[in-house]
Design a protein around this ligand. Structure first.
Ligand code: CMP
Length: 145
C-alpha cells in the first residue's frame, strides 16, 4: 500500500537534478507532484520553523532562499523510510564516509548544503510539507537564466 513523502531538491542539489531524478525512478518511486520554486526568506523560515532558534537556522533559511528548489511528492510502499535510505545521513561527512552511494554521499558539500530533504513522518509529509508546496500557489516564479 503506497505511502507518500515530500522530497526536496535543494539549491545545491539543483545542479544534479538529472542524476537525482534518475535515482528516484531507479528506486521505483512514483512522482505524484513536482514543482520548481524560488522560496522567499519568509517561506524558508516557515518551512523550517521547527528548527527556529537552532545554531544552523539562519544559514539554513538563507541557503534555502538562495536559488531554485524542486519539491516532489513521491509515492511507493514505505516511501518515507525508503527515501531517507536513498538520500543517506543528514550530515555530509557521515554520508560520504558511511553511505558514499547515497544521494547525499555523492552530492552533499557541507552541513547545510546537503542536496536534498525528506519528510520524517507521515503526518509531516502530508499535512505540513506536501501542503506547503502543493496546497497553494503563492510562490514567486523562478528567475530565468
Ligand atoms: P534537512 O533534512 O532538510 O533538515 C534540516 C536541515 O538543516 C538539514 O537538512 C541541513 O540542511 C541543515 N542543517 C545544518 N546543520 C544541521 C545540524 N547540525 N543538524 C541538522 N540539520 C542541519
Amino acid at each position: 500500500q503506497a505511502e507518500i513523502t515530500l522530497a526536496m531538491i535543494k539549491p545545491d542539489g539543483y545542479y544534479h537534478i538529472g542524476d537525482i531524478i534518475a535515482e528516484i525512478y531507479k528506486a521505483e518511486f512514483r512522482i505524484n507532484k513536482m514543482k520548481m520554486v524560488h522560496l522567499t526568506k519568509q517561506q524558508a523560515e516557515e518551512f523550517y520553523a521547527v528548527h527556529y532558534g537552532k545554531p544552523f537556522y539562519n544559514n539554513l533559511v538563507d541557503f534555502m532562499s538562495s536559488g531554485r528548489i524542486v519539491a516532489l511528492e513521491l509515492s511507493k510502499p514505505d516511501a518515507i523510510q525508503a527515501w531517507r535510505n536513498l538520500i543517506g545521513p543528514t550530515n555530509f561527512e557521515v554520508a560520504r564516509r558511511e553511505k558514499p552511494n547515497s544521494i547525499r554521499g555523492k552530492f552533499a558539500s557541507d552541513g547545510t548544503r546537503n542536496a536534498v530533504h525528506g519528510s520524517d513522518s507521515s503526518e509531516n509529509a502530508k499535512i505540513v510539507e506536501s501542503n506547503f508546496f502543493f496546497g497553494r500557489n503563492s510562490f514567486k516564479p523562478v528567475a530565468l537564466f
